[in-house]
Design a protein. Sequence first.
Length: 296
Amino acid sequence: MRAAVVRAFGGPDAVEIAEVPVPEPGARQVRIKVAAGALNPVDAGVRAGFFGGAGKTLGLGWDVAGTVDAVGVAAAWQVGDPVVALVPGVADPLGAHAEYVVVATDAVAKAPAAVDAVHAGTLPLNGLTALQALDLLDLAPGASLLVTGAAGAVGGFAVQLAAHRGLEVTGHARAGDEELVRSLGAARFTADGLAPGSVDAVLDAAVLGEAALEWVRDGGAYVGVRPGAQPGPVRGVRTGAVEVAADGAGLAELVRLVDEGVLTLRVAEAYALEKAAEAHARLAEGGVRGRLVLVP
Ligand SMILES: NC(=O)c1ccc[n+]([C@@H]2O[C@H](COP(=O)([O-])OP(=O)(O)OC[C@H]3O[C@@H](n4cnc5c(N)ncnc54)[C@H](OP(=O)(O)O)[C@@H]3O)[C@@H](O)[C@H]2O)c1
């Protein structure tokens, strides 16, 4: 099968399309025939060597939408099931930017019925990250939350999920993104930041760090997206960071919210798998709104 791989770290040109063996599912695993998978900042990080693995052939792609194609022993899925899944980690040899990918059964959820695979392939990684970050914040309905990077993938889902949970959401993003961020459910918008201590909590998807922490009231909460790189606690503000984990049940809940129209799946452009390096170059240019998606 064809797969996008990295053999030597570098820029977008480091992404190659290689011919590799079709992976076989083991116990409690399924093989998915990939229909689509989003390209995410983490893929650029893997490509550049931020996650290690020098000297190995590394696969890319943490998001998949497709169809179950083979099942291992005790896999709770049937061949032919339309599914989505998170394909986490660089320890596994191959990712979702390939014709087939093997994942643990408990990372899988039934695909949304309301959208096509190209859109569905943008949900798992960033939907789960937003969900798990909100769970870490553990805010009561009515609490005020600032989401930075609110026009991005994690931030956009976070705004929609938080508004749905009854939080009072302020979106922080570039000035030109105000209409988009408000359309996602942010009651307030800022491109400049807030007065110190203005909100109960921050979900810092734009990695603003200390600057964003300052906007949290004493005794509030801060959750970042770079584990280990979040600011330390000050003024009684609880600080932490999300590290996304596969969670089929959580993903199923996100799928339900897609089908109910609560969550919007945003696609900027679909690229054929062969054009993976071109898609990486487009992502590296910046300013993409909605996800770039690879289609094998
Ligand atoms: N820990 C985990 O498990 C986990 C999981 C998923 C993602 N992440 C991380 O989460 C972060 C967000 O991911 P993503 O996919 O949502 O990225 P994204 O789609 O690129 O969104 C980031 C958004 O933040 C905006 N932004 C950045 N700096 C800003 C600033 N100073 N002021 C205003 N807006 C700013 C960007 O605007 P421009 O495009 O104009 O710069 C973009 O709209 C990434 O660092 C990613 O690696 C972590």
